[in-house]
Write a protein that binds this ligand. Structure first.
Ligand SMILES: *Cc1c(COP(=O)(O)O)cnc(C)c1O
Length: 412
């Protein structure tokens, strides 16, 4: 058991502090080895990492609360929003920079709540979403005191359009689809869902936290991508994380609206205190500057050609993972997903036991109810062969047989 920390009576020496930091972080996940499949999107290019660090450290002590005092940060923030808007297909000023996907979703839900109250006269609007939607929606609804109705997805793992249509009520204020959803990496039928919403003046949010900075490049590489962005009529807001496949460090997301008219519900002006006028456009007050700088730097450093190059690497590596997994008897990619985020499972083996063996070999596999989850980054092209070898070995020597499966069957 560790002792409860106390403020040291005397300040400690820098070298001692750094040594302690290095010592306590030695047990942290080592994503640079390519053996992590979530949390960090590893480009595997030192020059990109070095540049982000050099840019961010210049702004470590600044405060993005008041952009008027920081023309530099204002410029970079507006640039990131405009570049995201261009990517997703809306007006350059119709969005916000936020601290992450959760805040982006939070704001889209709050905008929907207030739009429904003001424009549609619905005091208690409800949110309708597929059961694969990210927990951030449940969290936002809990905090904002809105009712969330989850509709079970179809047998194909995607949102069930008919069941969704049947669940719409007079109070439905926001409908949601994912591009793609986190658990399976599947894109919901956004055009059909958004059409249901548009016919009834209901707002529709595409959660592209994962796909926002990936699918546009995937499409440009010639791959089939189900429509999900502002080209789809009825989509009124989209969340897209720069700190995922945008390859910036953490604290960087964007939320975009079909029009700035919706965005205005986020704006907060206040002078009912002695401290003068206070204005903000997102949930935070004092805001760290490095994420803004990091996002701006990442996008400018990579550019379209850089994103296409990294996406090609991710695509080819994903196909190697998926072919390798499918070649192992008894394993399958859930719902046949073909994006770099997917689940694989088995009717035969206990996947939790296989994950334990893989963990013992240094892989960090994320367990889901139906199998194991992989999120592929560019740097995984270095380890895919070894991963498949270890997985085949884990299955061959450690997977329980069909008979034993009865014992394990319900754990997965
Ligand atoms: C990551 C993610 C979120 C939440 O984003 P955070 O940055 O973790 O707050 C929401 N939706 C999807 C699909 C995601 O993958």
């Amino acid at each position: 058991m560790t002792e409860t920390a106390r403020i040291p009576e005397h300040g400690r020496r820098p070298d001692e502090i750094l040594a302690e930091i290095d010592q306590i972080r030695s047990d942290d996940i080592d994503w640079r080895s390519g053996r992590a499949f979530s949390l960090v999107y590893n480009v595997g290019e030192q020059a990109h990492e070095d540049l982000l660090e050099a840019a961010a450290v210049r702004f470590l002590h600044e405060n993005a609360l008041n952009p008027l005092k920081y023309p530099s940060l204002l410029q970079m923030e507006l640039d990131v929003i405009a570049m995201a808007a261009d990517l997703l297909g809306t007006d350059a000023d119709a969005g916000s920079f936020t601290s992450g996907g959760t805040e982006s979703i939070f704001l889209a839900v709050q905008v929907a709540r207030d739009h429904n109250r003001e424009v549609r006269g619905i005091a208690e609007p409800e949110v309708l979403a597929p059961s694969t939607v990210h927990p951030a929606f449940a969290k936002a609804c809990r905090y904002l005191d809105l009712e969330l109705t989850l509709i079970p997805v179809g047998s194909d793992g995607r949102a069930d359009v008919d069941a969704t249509a049947a669940a719409i009520t007079d109070r439905t204020g926001l409908m949601v689809g994912s591009a793609p959803c986190y658990p399976y990496g599947l894109i919901d039928p956004i055009p059909e869902l958004a059409a249901l919403a548009a016919e009834r003046d209901i707002l529709f949010h595409t959660d592209a936290c994962l796909g926002g900075w990936l699918l546009p490049w995937w499409e440009r590489l010639g791959e089939d991508v189900l429509p999900w962005d502002f080209r789809v009529p009825g989509v009124t807001s989209i969340s897209a994380d720069v700190h995922k496949y945008g390859y910036a460090f953490k604290g960087a997301s964007t939320v975009l609206y079909r029009s700035r008219d919706l965005l205005r519900h986020q704006f907060f002006w206040y002078d009912d205190w002695p401290g003068g006028l206070y204005a903000s456009g997102t949930t935070a007050g004092t805001r760290p500057a490095p994420p803004i700088v990091g996002a701006w730097t990442a996008i400018n450093h990579l550019g379209v050609d850089g994103y296409l190059r990294l996406t090609e690497r991710v695509r080819d590596t994903t196909r190697r993972f998926q072919a390798g997994i499918e070649a192992i008897d008894g394993l399958a990619i859930s719902h046949g997903a073909d994006l770099p985020v997917f689940e694989f499972g088995s009717d035969v083996y206990d996947m939790a036991a296989i994950a334990d063996v893989m963990d013992d070999r240094g892989w960090n596999l994320d367990r889901q109810q139906g199998g194991l989850h992989l999120m592929v980054s560019p740097a995984h092209d270095q380890i895919v062969g070894r991963f498949i070898e270890d997985l085949a070995d884990a299955v061959a020597h450690h997977g329980p047989s069909r008979g034993e499966q009865a014992v394990y069957g319900s754990i997965a």
